[in-house]
Design a protein. Sequence first.
Length: 159
Amino acid sequence: MNLSAAEIEAIREQSSHYEDKAAAAIEALKIVQQQRGWISDENIKDIAALLEMSPAELDSVATFYNLIYRKPVGKKVIHYCDSVSCWMLGAENNRQYLGERLGIGLGETTADGEYTLLPIVCLGACDRAPVLMIGERTYFNVDRAKLNEILEQTGQPDG
């Protein structure tokens, strides 16, 4: 097993709250991702064994939940909302600007490993669109000027 003792203990603690250990799948995935940044195929096998489910079952949960990363990502993941409301109010312009400023396309990571740019279906803030999220922080009414402020706050110097 490639999981650390701390990860195994945390997963066992989470799964102890449920009659069916598989009910803790998302929490278990989050525990490992928090430590490693993403979930490898080997991690899927190890977590599935602890939760008494097949790797295929756990992988289906991991690939459905869009905040679980199955490939390496940057230290900061930028999720830009591409829902209809955000799209109508400029999300595509924001995505293009981010791509130009960071030198990456969708699903790519900057050469320094700092940022990954990913779409997300909806961040649930259509009344304050366009919206994006970096880590656990959500930004509202985003335009080019606000993107520059956000990137400066998160450590990206003027491009």
